[in-house]
Design a protein around this ligand. Structure first.
Ligand code: PLP
Length: 374
């Protein structure tokens, strides 16, 4: 059997984003032992870099050894116990997955629903918190990748705190692309993914937990039902005081890759990375407008890294995506849930956020739709 040689594809979908050669090179370095003191030194540096990305001083800041969905599950299974009430905001597909986590724990979800394509309504959240005193947590998605909407994370975390609830924040698509300010927001459990605005391959979920969240974990009456994601056990490996204890074999080479991606983010600087995502989004938006196309989401809550483009009347959206991949080697995403068939999701994430990518996808869309790109 021949080796698998993947084609070169420009990844402008909802993730994964393009992985720079520098990060692929890091991935290919020699595998060493996961308890080797030099590897442990790299892990310490990785935690420092993650604190920079999350803008936090949280001691418990680590990459969970699995994709973003595992970060989500880590947050829920550790902070929530059977019988707890959790207010879950849903304005897209990922809020629905949060609900599923709550139900499977044996806790009670109280849903705050908003239309796909709009941000979470703060008044509805306020009412839900008032109507459910003693709710354990408020869970929401900061950057809804299914719709391209940003919600007001600072205010949502503040509301949770005001009502004595913990906040669980999905920052999978936001980290590295728009500000994620764990400490300034007073957020309690935040998780992300390696393959969106950080531009590492998929497979790791950076996560950070406040002291308040850890107090809750320590005060649990029941053991965390997931052995693999139990933070108490995982921490013995990531920050064991009397030396590191084996829990699972860390994904060593993937951690090299994430470390390299975070070094690149640090040397660019968070503010510069945010400004770059913003500027390339604006370039894309202007190009779309010139071609007579529209974005789904209102300007004040649009994500620069995930553009939900309305499919023009009479266009076969799947055929366009197919042709972009086959003839132009560009991957974009389809609409999900109630937006299936109505939008394309065009990601300008991480290393994919640059003027060349914008111009390439505009020109290719122009060719497929028979419209002149600017
Ligand atoms: C991609 C994504 C996830 C899931 O991450 P995986 O790495 O695919 O498991 C969760 N939430 C949001 C908002 C995402 O965009």
């Amino acid at each position: 059997m021949p080796s698998f040689i993947p084609p070169e594809v420009l990844l402008l979908g909802p993730g994964p984003s393009p992985v720079p050669q520098r990060i692929l090179d890091a991935l290919a370095r020699p595998t060493i032992g996961h308890l080797d003191p030099r590897f442990v030194g790299m892990m310490d540096d990785l935690k420092r870099l993650l604190r920079y990305a999350f803008q936090t001083g949280n001691e418990l800041t680590i990459p969970v050894s699995a994709p973003g969905s595992a970060g989500m599950e880590t947050a829920f299974v550790n902070v929530i116990e059977p019988g707890d009430t959790v207010i879950v905001c849903q304005n897209g597909v990922f809020g629905g997955r949060m609900r599923e986590n709550v139900v499977r724990i044996g806790a009670k979800p109280v849903m705050v629903n908003d239309a796909f394509g709009t941000p979470i309504d703060l008044d509805k959240v306020r009412s839900a918190l008032k109507a459910n005193p003693g709710a354990r947590a408020l869970a929401f998605v900061h950057a809804e990748t299914s719709t391209g909407v940003e919600s007001d994370a600072a205010e949502l975390c503040r509301l949770a705190q005001e009502h004595g609830a913990l906040s669980i924040v999905d920052a999978v698509t936001s980290l590295g692309g728009i500000p994620v300010c764990a400490d300034a927001w007073g957020a309690d459990a935040i998780y992300s993914g390696s393959q969106k605005c950080l531009s590492a391959p998929p497979g790791l979920s950076p996560a950070t937990f406040s002291a308040r969240a850890m107090e809750r974990v320590r005060a649990r009456r029941s053991p965390v039902q997931s052995w693999f994601l139990d933070l108490g056990l995982v921490m013995n490996y990531w920050q064991g005081a009397g030396g590191r204890a084996y829990h699972h074999t860390a994904p060593i080479n993937m951690l090299y890759a994430l470390h390299e991606a975070l070094l690149m983010l640090e040397s660019e600087g968070l503010q510069a990375a945010f400004a770059r995502h913003r500027a390339n989004h604006e370039r894309f938006r202007d190009g779309l407008q010139a071609m007579g196309m529209e974005l789904l989401v209102a300007e004040n809550c649009r994500l620069p890294q995930l553009n939900a483009v309305k499919v023009p009347e009479g266009v076969d959206e799947a055929a366009v995506r197919k042709r972009l991949l086959a003839d132009f080697s560009i991957e974009i995403g389809a609409g999900l849930g109630e937006l299936a068939g109505k939008i394309w999701r065009i990601g300008l994430m991480g290393a994919g956020s640059n003027p060349e990518s914008v111009d390439r996808v505009l020109a290719a869309l122009g060719a497929c739709l028979d419209r002149k790109a600017p």
